[in-house]
Design a protein around this ligand. Structure first.
Ligand code: ZN
Length: 141
């Protein structure tokens, strides 16, 4: 195992064991449920907005470590972003996982590369993108 592999495992483990922004956000401006029946992952995502900006994000639910870590990282990163920037980050993330594109994240988002390894496991890909698809549905409403 290379140094980066073990670093990436640590990032995923840290987020899945200590998920950031875990819980219900009340009051909230948007709420959406995401389900990945293949694995049994269930997420509920809550967002608050101020104009075009995401001012808070929280989630709850249960699922495998990949789905939890992905959602934890996502909520941590999208707070403070505009909807447009959040969607841009989403496209980069999905491009990496679903289209095998070279990761191209700004430094503050580079932890997302920890999830790059899941694309070798097609079953886990849906776990990694669940949170992001849920957010996409909310932002496009
Ligand atoms: Zn899963």
């Amino acid at each position: 195992m290379s140094i980066s592999d073990s670093l990436y495992k640590d990032i995923i483990l840290d987020h899945s064991e200590n998920p950031r922004h875990f819980g219900e956000l009340n009051p909230h401006d948007a709420h959406e449920m995401g389900v990945n029946p293949l694995c049994g992952d269930e997420l509920e995502l809550y967002l608050n907005f101020e104009g075009d900006k995401i001012t808070n994000a929280m989630f709850k639910g249960k699922g495998c470590s990949i789905s939890q870590a992905s959602c934890s990282m996502m909520t941590d990163m999208i707070i403070g972003l505009t909807k447009k920037d959040a969607l841009e980050l989403l496209h980069k993330f999905k491009g990496m996982i679903l289209e095998d594109k070279e990761p191209d994240f700004q430094d503050e988002f580079s932890d997302l590369e920890a999830l790059n390894g899941v694309k070798k496991y097609p079953v886990r890909v849906k776990c990694a993108v669940l949170a992001w698809n849920t957010m996409e549905a909310m932002l496009k409403k």
